[in-house]
Write a protein that binds this ligand. Structure first.
Ligand code: ATP
Length: 363
């Protein structure tokens, strides 16, 4: 039966945790709470400190400040091999010379369980990850996606409170990665173990997670659901890192008016009307495009533009246009109905942008 996250119960609390290296703070007073049974991702660019944080949760690195609490117990005095956690790495660290079953049963054997029980548990777990009847196979007889599932089965068979996953899809090719994203989410949902997943890939984090912490320079910029990060980014960093956006620089003059650095006046959401220079984000799919000016008459911002280039990648079509008066380049997502797929470079079009879709943030 699919598992329902119990959002009132917390499996992991990170409480004011920091890690300093000489002259450098890799993790800066981070706190977070991960609900039991949830899929929690830590998303950030290379070097933001996510591996350092994960290693502190696993116990491979000690925090300089703060505490990590797993299943209600402080981990301060608990060695890595005694923590109720398991880790899956990008380079799966499977034993190629051993059978699939022996790989999955490895941790149980180290715990000294009887052979028959190891076999029963390993085979049951292989079934749960969708690999029934593979216990006797060699690791090198499996595909990349199957190896991934063996690595996860090997961790889950130890029944950890938390499964920590360190960019586990990073080494797979694009098509398999897309497929495994959906599989991992489904597997987590069915098994109900709390997953803490680190990635620099925002689409992985959005697709799989119940909650995402966006990390930058050792700190969390925002913790929220994928929808909250996408529709209500809390900072310029989140708005720029999660999803695609047109990014402009505006100077705000109060009461929701702004002017871009090349002079284009824009009306923005009123609550963002602080003065000064800010980064402005407009998502391509929030911009309306019409061939007649009257069709965008109801929008707060109406821009006559010249079509420059159309980009088609199968699922999406995007057009790059340039504002006819101020020369501001913008990307606009075209509707999936195929409308406007025949736009020609040089053609005049009219953009409509609602004030609420033009979001400005201080950097
Ligand atoms: P990536 O995705 O590239 O692995 P990350 O977000 O996981 O990046 P970390 O590996 O946690 O980042 O590293 C955070 C920062 O801390 C980096 O700037 C790194 O150079 C630095 N760092 C990590 N370990 C050490 C160390 N042992 N000594 C000094 N600096 C370190």
């Amino acid at each position: 039966m699919p598992h329902t996250p119990q959002h009132d119960a917390i499996d992991l609390s990170v409480r004011g945790v920091s890690k300093h290296y000489t002259g450098f703070t890799a993790v800066d007073q981070l706190s977070l709470a991960v609900a039991k049974g949830s899929f929690f991702s830590i998303l950030g660019p290379s070097g933001c400190g996510k591996t350092t944080l994960l290693r502190m949760i696993a116990g491979f690195i000690s925090p300089d400040e703060g505490d990590i609490v797993i299943g209600g117990q402080s981990m301060r005095e608990v060695a890595p091999n005694r923590r109720p956690v398991n880790m899956v790495f990008q380079h799966l660290a499977l034993f190629p010379m051993m059978s699939v079953g022996d790989n999955v049963g490895y941790g149980l054997a180290r715990r000294g369980l009887p052979k028959a029980e190891i076999r029963r548990k390993s085979e049951a777990m292989l079934e749960r990850v969708g690999l029934p009847g593979t216990a006797g196979k060699r690791i090198d007889q499996l595909s990349g996606g199957q190896k991934q599932r063996v690595a996860i089965a090997r961790s889950l068979v130890l029944e950890p409170t938390l499964l920590l996953l360190d960019e586990p899809l990073g080494a797979l090719d694009l098509k398999l990665r897309e497929h495994m994203k959906l599989e991992l989410k489904q597997l987590q949902h069915e098994i109900g173990t709390t997953f803490v997943y680190i990635t620099h890939d925002q689409s992985e984090a959005l697709v799989m997670s119940d909650q995402v912490a966006v990390m930058n320079k050792g700190r969390f910029e925002q913790v929220g659901t994928p929808q909250q990060l996408y529709y209500q980014p809390a900072s310029a960093f989140v708005a720029g890192f999660v999803g695609n956006s047109n990014r402009l620089t505006v100077t705000l003059s109060g009461s929701g008016e702004g002017v871009t650095d090349n002079g284009l006046p824009l009306r923005l959401a009123a609550q963002q009307g602080e003065g000064g220079q800010q980064a402005l984000f407009i998502r391509p799919e929030t911009i309306a495009l019409a061939r007649h000016e009257a069709d965008v008459a109801a929008f707060d911002n109406r821009l006559p533009c010249r079509v420059e280039t159309l980009y088609f990648d199968g699922a999406n079509s995007t057009v790059q246009v340039r504002d006819a008066r101020y020369g501001t380049p913008l990307h606009v997502a075209l509707p999936h109905t195929g409308q406007h797929a025949d736009l020609q470079p040089g053609e005049t079009v009219y953009l409509g942008i609602r004030a609420e879709h033009a979001k400005a943030f201080r950097e």
